[in-house]
Design a protein around this ligand. Structure first.
Ligand code: AMP
Length: 396
C-alpha cells in the first residue's frame, strides 16, 4: 500500500508518497506561493524534477497536479492512506486519529491556539479529501507526543482560570520529529528506547529541545505557541513577558505588531541584522561580522542552557541527539554546544563531528564522554508509519 503524506501550510504544501512495505519513495514535492499569482509546484519522481504553474494557486489545483503524477506512476488507486500533519491538537489529541467530520470540528476548535497553522491544515485536509476520496485520511499532530508531559512541566504560573477557561498551558511542537529521532537514536545506541533518557534537539528554522524518557516526552522548550524556548531563525524564543508592554509603549506598537516582530524579525535575524540562515551566518562570522558572531554565540549559549535544563526533567541523561537542518549539518554549532555541556559529561570528537554533515549521521562524542549523536530526521516517514499503524490497529 502507498501512503501519501501531506504537510499543508498557509502558502505551501509539501508532499511525499511512501511505500513502507518495500521501503520505496514514489515521489516528493512542494507546491509554493499558493494564494498568489506566482504559485507553482515541483515534483521529484523517477529521478526527474517536474515543475508546473498553478494559475489559480489553490490547494485543489496543487492536488490535481499531484493526482496526475500518481496516475502517471500508475499508483493512484493503490494510495490507501493519506497522513496529514496537523500543528495543534490541543489537549484533545494524544495520538494520530482517523479524520471524521467530528475530528475536523475538534481541530477547528483548536484554531485560536494556532491561528496561523490550523486553518491551513484544515483547508488542506478538505481539499485532499475531495481529491483522494477513496483513501483513509489520518491526522498526525505536532503536539500529540508532548501530551505525556507531567503537569509540573506543562502548567504556567499564571491565574488558574487562564488554563481552565482558555487552555493557557505548555503544549510543545515538533513532536513527530522528536519521537522519530529518539527511536532512531535508541537503534543507533543498540539499546531499548524504553530504558533510555534522551535530550533531543530539533534545530531547523524552528528549534526546540525535548526530554524523552522511555520514549515519552516529559518536557520540551516550546510552549503555548512555537515562540517559546530557543533562539530560532526569526523567532526570539524566551523573552521577559514584561517586554511586550514596555516596547509597545516605547515604540508605539500594537500587541499584534510586537508578536509579529518576535515571530518574524527576531532570533538569528534580529541579533545578526543580517540573516536567519545559519549557513550564511557561519560564513559571515568567519569573515569577522560582529552581528553574525553574536547571533551564533547567543544561539549556542541558550541552546546549551535549555539542554542542561532537560537533565532536571530526566534525572539522568544517556545521550544528546541533534537533528534538523542545523543539527544535521552544523559541526560548529554542535561542537560549541557540547563544549558548554561539559557539566553533563559531554565532550566532542572533532573528527567524527566534522564528518557528520550532509546526511552522514553518527556518534560525535569523544570516547568515554556522554553519548552525543546526529540523527537525520524524517517527519514524512514518521507520519506515514503512524498513519499505517493507526489503520492497522496498533500504536506506532
Ligand atoms: P530546516 O528548517 O530543518 O530545513 O533547517 C534550516 C536551517 O538549517 C537553516 O538555518 C540553514 O541555514 C541550516 N543549514 C542547512 N544546511 C546547513 C549547513 N551545511 N551548515 C549550517 N547550517 C545549515
Amino acid at each position: 500500500m502507498w501512503t501519501l503524506v501531506l504537510n499543508c501550510g498557509s502558502s505551501s504544501v509539501k508532499f511525499a508518497l511512501l511505500n513502507l512495505d518495500d521501503d520505496r519513495v514514489g515521489l516528493t514535492g512542494l507546491a509554493e506561493r499558493l494564494g498568489s499569482a506566482g504559485a507553482s509546484a515541483r515534483l521529484d519522481m523517477e529521478g526527474e524534477r517536474r515543475t508546473a504553474d498553478l494559475r489559480g494557486g489553490s490547494y485543489a489545483e496543487a492536488f490535481a497536479v499531484l493526482a496526475g503524477a500518481l496516475d502517471e506512476l500508475g499508483v493512484r488507486t493503490q494510495v490507501g492512506a493519506v497522513g496529514h500533519r496537523v500543528v495543534h491538537g490541543g489537549e484533545r489529541f494524544h495520538a494520530p486519529v482517523r479524520l471524521t467530520d467530528e475530528v475536523l470540528g475538534e481541530i477547528r476548535a483548536c484554531v485560536p491556539l494556532a491561528p496561523l497553522h490550523n486553518p491551513a491544515n484544515i483547508a488542506g485536509i478538505e481539499a485532499a479529501q475531495a481529491a483522494f476520496p477513496d483513501a483513509a485520511h489520518v491526522a498526525v499532530f505536532d503536539t500529540a507526543f508532548h501530551q505525556t508531559m507531567p503537569e509540573v512541566a506543562y502548567r504556567y504560573p499564571v491565574p488558574g482560570d487562564w488554563y481552565r477557561q482558555h487552555g493557557v498551558r505548555r503544549y510543545g511542537f515538533h513532536g513527530t520529529s522528536h519521537a522519530y529521532v529518539a527511536a532512531r537514536a535508541a537503534q543507533d545506541l543498540g539499546r531499548p528506547l524504553a530504558e533510555l533518557n534522551l535530550v533531543t534537539a530539533h534545530l531547523g528554522n524552528g528549534c526546540s529541545v525535548c526530554a524523552v524518557q522511555g520514549g515519552r516526552s516529559v518536557d520540551t522548550s516550546m510552549g503555548l505557541t512555537p515562540l517559546e524556548g530557543l533562539v530560532m531563525g526569526t523567532r526570539s524564543g524566551d523573552v521577559d513577558p514584561g517586554l511586550h508592554d514596555y516596547i509597545a509603549r516605547q515604540a508605539g506598537l500594537s500587541l499584534s505588531e510586537v508578536t509579529s516582530a518576535l515571530n518574524k524579525e527576531s532570533g538569528l535575524l534580529g541579533l545578526s541584522g543580517l540573516s536567519n540562515d545559519m549557513r550564511e551566518l557561519e560564513e559571515a562570522a568567519g569573515r569577522g561580522h560582529a552581528g553574525a558572531r553574536l547571533a551564533l554565540d547567543v544561539f549556542v549559549y541558550r541552546l546549551a542552557k535549555q539542554m542542561a535544563g532537560m537533565a532536571v526533567a530526566l534525572g539522568r541523561v544517556d545521550a544528546l541527539v541533534f537533528t534538523g537542518g542545523i543539527g544535521e549539518n552544523s559541526a560548529a554549532v554542535r561542537g560549541a554546544v557540547l563544549a558548554r555541556l561539559g557539566v553533563l559529561g559531554a565532550a566532542v570528537d572533532d573528527e567524527a563531528n566534522r564528518a557528520a554533515v550532509r546526511g552522514q549521521a553518527g556518534r560525535i562524542s569523544a570516547p568515554g564522554a556522554l553519548a552525543a549523536l546526529v540523527v537525520n530526521t524524517d517527519e514524512e516517514r514518521m507520519i506515514a508509519e503512524q498513519t499505517r499503524a493507526l489503520l492497522a490497529g496498533v500504536s506506532a
